[in-house]
Write a protein that binds this ligand. Structure first.
Ligand code: ADP
Length: 662
């Protein structure tokens, strides 16, 4: 990218007119004796020309009346100059002239001895004119006339070689101009003189630059319109594409103006309309483009005013003839400068608000404006740096398209991210759905378990209480029945306690912490579970070093009790249950180890979930609803600790409670 810019800039620098400051005409004489056309290059015939208002030369020698001679600066329109003229009564007077009218320009060139072939470049002027060199007509554009009916303007840029006969040391050039179609009259653009090779080089380099810029703009325009076609919700590409195409078209009409070579029959009015319209439409379009990019920075009222003024100007150009619409030129120039300031203001606020790409636009815009200022100063001989507006325009267009590309790739990246996010969310939804289904299944299982678990003790209670009711006397068996009823009611009570505790823990109940000996608690639990343990001939082992702990005794005994109870019920007959405690780097560890059926690794996490029960023949025989370990974990979590299991099928399990609060 950088290399392209350096190349472009060096191409344009090499096209600039550098070196010796060219002399200017004084009192209608341009002394070029010191000017070497081969070494010093081409020269603009600028300066004071003789000027004869409302006069065309007469006679074979094309005489001009000395009495009405004035001097006028070229290149510049004649409007507003004070010149001599002959009034209706034949009296010479002075007056300030307007754009419309006719006149003769004259200049004497003093050349070096033995000058070789020279070539002149006559730029496009807004009028019709004829050129005489040493009283021989060499050039005619349009039809001269002394009034609107006779004068027919034409757009043309001509290169004319002055042959040996015309090249004396003293060359007299007379240019007869009539203008009734444009607000500006006179020689507005510079006439260039140079050696045939230098003028040829100038012509081909400026044509090359024009074609190069036109090509770049055209391709950029088509490319952005194609982008808009593919993704039409982003209008910035549409505006930008249109700006590029309009500027591409404008390049064909200005500079080397190869449009007129392609269409020599193009009429003056239409050509001028095209030239004005390409400018007048680009101004609001460019404003629209930036407004679209930085919407929040632009002011609606200002935008409306800009569009309204532009609309009126465009209408004037379309509907009115050149003599009228060309009067808007000064206005559009002021309007453009005002727009530049407005846009600068909005862009600066875009930068302050850190809007994407604002820096890029303002740099491109700033450099473009700088090149325009440079060219104005250069053309007015204030500095001698060369012409850079084309380079500025290309740089600016590149900066804009870079910004659009950056926006595009960001949009592309955003779309990619959005797709990724959507995919993640989809997966989350799938997971949540699976989780909901799993919880649903767990709830169903829980209900089935609970009903089954409640049903068995209920049947027992129902049966034994019926027997008690039927017996007249109270026999020995009644005590037995009573004890069965008591056991079953106890089971029911414990299930209900578990279910109630789940709800309590869910609402984060308050812990009632106290200090106590872990050994006391373990002994108490062993006693509580003694009858259950002796049924299976379980051997208890416990570590004597069990220390002091601080926690909610009631809840912690539930947590420990559930694990100890599982160590009995999921154990084999005559199995061992060992309870140990230790301290490692400030962390208290309690281990409950059994040598029972063990748990497959796939369930090491799941057994702590609500209602989960391992699907095995033994689990099925053992009564339970899958709440024991869930409650234990929840209680330990609430105390700031953690619980995990080390186990493998058939080899027993070790539950490990880790906590720093003990
Ligand atoms: P339950 O009250 O149904 O036993 P728990 O939450 O206490 O529910 O236990 C969940 C499951 O974990 C049990 O169904 C059982 O399969 C398994 N389990 C718990 N402790 C042990 C253990 N010490 N040995 C083998 N399996 C166990």
């Amino acid at each position: 990218m950088k290399i392209i810019f350096i190349l472009l800039i060096s191409i344009f620098i090499s096209c600039g007119n550098q070196g010796k400051i060219p002399p200017k005409a004084v009192n209608g004489v341009l002394d070029l004796r010191d000017w070497d056309f081969e070494k010093d290059g081409v020269i603009n015939l600028d300066g004071e020309w003789e000027f004869y208002w409302e006069t065309f030369p007469e006679g074979d020698n094309l005489n001009l009346p000395e009495t009405i001679k004035s001097f006028i600066f070229v290149p510049k329109d004649w409007n507003g100059n004070r010149v001599s003229y002959k009034n209706n009564k034949g009296v010479i007077e002075e007056k300030e002239i307007e754009g419309e009218g006719y006149a003769t320009y004259k200049i004497n060139l003093i050349l070096k001895e033995n000058s070789q072939f020279l070539e002149m470049l006559f730029p496009i002027e807004f009028n019709s004119y004829e050129v005489y060199v040493n009283n021989v007509r060499i050039h005619k554009i349009g039809e001269l006339g002394k009034n609107k009916e006779q004068s027919i303007p034409k757009w043309s840029r001509k290169y004319t070689i002055l042959d040996k006969d015309q090249l004396s040391n003293n060359i007299q050039i007379k240019i007869l101009i009539s203008n009734f179609d444009h607000t500006l009259g006179g020689l507005v653009n510079p006439i260039v003189l140079g050696s045939v090779t230098k003028i040829g080089a100038l012509q081909s380099s400026s044509l090359a630059i024009d074609l190069f810029i036109c090509g770049i703009l055209f391709i950029m325009g088509m490319y952005h319109l194609a982008l808009f076609n593919l993704r039409n919700e982003d209008k910035s590409t549409l505006y930008f594409g249109l700006i590029c195409l309009l500027l591409a078209f404008r390049t064909t009409l200005t500079g080397e103006a190869f449009y007129y070579d392609l269409f020599p029959e193009a009429t003056y009015a239409l050509s001028l309309k095209f030239e004005y319209l390409t400018y007048y439409i680009v101004v609001p379009l460019f404003y629209k483009f930036l407004e679209y990019l930085f919407k929040s920075e632009f002011n609606d009222l200002v935008s409306k005013i800009v569009y309204f003024i532009s609309f009126i100007l465009i209408l004037i150009v379309i509907l009115l003839p050149p003599i009228f619409f060309s009067k808007t030129l000064l206005f559009i120039q002021i309007f453009t400068v005002t727009n530049i300031f407005i846009i600068f203001k909005f862009l600066i606020s875009a930068i302050l608000h850190k809007r994407d790409g604002a820096g890029f636009v303002i740099i491109g815009f700033f450099i473009f404006v700088l090149t325009i200022i440079n060219d104005i100063l250069h053309n007015n001989f204030i500095i001698n740096t060369g012409l850079y507006t084309p380079a500025g325009l290309v740089f600016f267009i590149f900066a804009q398209s870079y910004l659009l590309s950056a926006r595009f790739s960001k949009a592309f990246q955003d779309a990619k991210d959005a797709r990724k996010l959507a995919e993640e969310q989809r997966q989350l939804v799938v997971q949540s759905k699976e989780e909901i289904e799993r919880l649903g299944r767990a709830k169903d299982e829980f209900l089935a378990n609970l009903s089954h678990e409640i049903k068995t003790p209920l049947v027992t209670i129902y049966g034994y209480s019926e027997l008690i009711a039927m017996d007249g006397e109270i026999p020995e068996t009644t005590k037995e029945y009573g004890s069965e009823i008591y056991k079953s009611a106890g089971k029911l009570n414990s299930y209900m306690d578990d279910v109630l505790l789940v709800t309590d823990l869910e609402t984060n109940l308050e812990l009632k912490k106290e200090d106590f000996e872990l050994r006391d608690l373990v002994e108490e639990m062993v006693q509580n579970l003694d009858s259950m343990a002796s049924e299976k001939n379980i051997v208890w082992n416990s570590d004597q070093a069990l220390g002091k702990i601080t926690c909610d005794r009631v809840l912690f005994s539930r947590a420990l009790g559930n694990i100890m109870k599982n160590a009995i019920v999921y154990n084999q007959n005559g199995g061992n249950v060992t309870i140990r405690s230790s301290k490692k780097s400030g962390i208290f560890i309690i281990e409950i180890q059994d040598d029972g059926i063990g748990i497959s690794e796939a369930y090491h996490q799941k057994i702590f979930e609500k209602f989960f029960r391992v699907d095995s023949s033994l689990s099925y025989e053992v009564s339970g609803v899958g709440l024991g370990l869930f409650l234990s974990k929840r209680i330990i979590d609430l105390h700031g600790g953690s619980i995990k299991v080390n186990s493998s099928l058939g080899k027993g399990s070790t539950f490990e409670i880790l906590c720093s609060w003990l």
